[in-house]
Design a protein. Sequence first.
Length: 307
Amino acid sequence: MRENKPSKTACKVALNVVTLGAKPGMEHILPPGIVEATANLLVVSSAARAGVVRKAGSRRMVSVREAFDWTLLGEFDAIGARKAFCERQVRNGIGAGAAQVLVLGAGYDTMGWRLAPEFSGVNFFEIDHPATARLKARGIEAMGRRDNLCLVAGDLGKRKLLDLLKDTPSWDRRARTIIVAEGLLMYLPPEAVRNLFRQGAAMTGVGSRIAFTCVPTGADGRPDAGRWTGLVLWIFKAAGEPWIWSIRPEALDLFLEETGWTHTPELEGATGQHGVEFYGVATKSPGDSETGEVPPPGQEDPPGQQV
Ligand SMILES: C[S@@+](CC[C@H](N)C(=O)[O-])C[C@H]1O[C@@H](n2cnc3c(N)ncnc32)[C@H](O)[C@@H]1O
């Protein structure tokens, strides 16, 4: 991530959602209210100009996006499936007793803002890279602040979850929590991904879940973005948001076990690959509350900044 630049990929995903809103049939897949809220957030946060958002919501843009879908094959529609998957995981998790939702690398995702009033007894948290988090916070302020939605700014590639959340008074590390990492993990260094899962397990209560999307590793060891992998990886790198982490689907069980989670594909409700990504859901392993390295008092990093 570029230090002082808001994420371009977050803006691209949000514009993709707005365009999907103009595609017939998508109303049965996309979560209710997501298109309007996303379009509004992009404009009032000044992440995108009003004219750009208006054009993104046209039928013409659907044709353009479909015509250019060959680079990341299937990704245009897959963003809709991804949004539906994450929201279903959060709703199911809350139905199963979760009292906290933590969205990592939230970008201009509106799930927390939309669901916070509906689930007033649940605390929603989001973390994103500072430049993006600040812009998002401006937008949320303009759209109407939610008492139970807390935005934290911090670099997940460099900072530990523990440090980012430690000065957030409403965070309860014993609470049953749903963690969402949608379209994020590929941008983080391998050690940061491992730490994120470990600390996610250490920072949450019994019965917590993590829902995530990730890119599979190809035969050459690079993230597999399909037929045009070389071009796609180059484009993301040139945009300052390179893809640096991926995992072979068959290695997922062990990775989760080592980081304090148990793979629970039966909770997924949508198996297989969507566009270039696949999904995962895991439940916190019993007795694994302290797998994350929690430093002794006085040796911690500074806290994350609430925005
Ligand atoms: C492709 S966007 C996805 C945004 C959102 N999850 C969605 O799907 O709508 C990737 C997001 O990850 C965030 N991100 C990437 N690297 C990060 C880092 N090191 N720390 C915090 N956030 C990061 C970006 O700022 C961006 O919002």
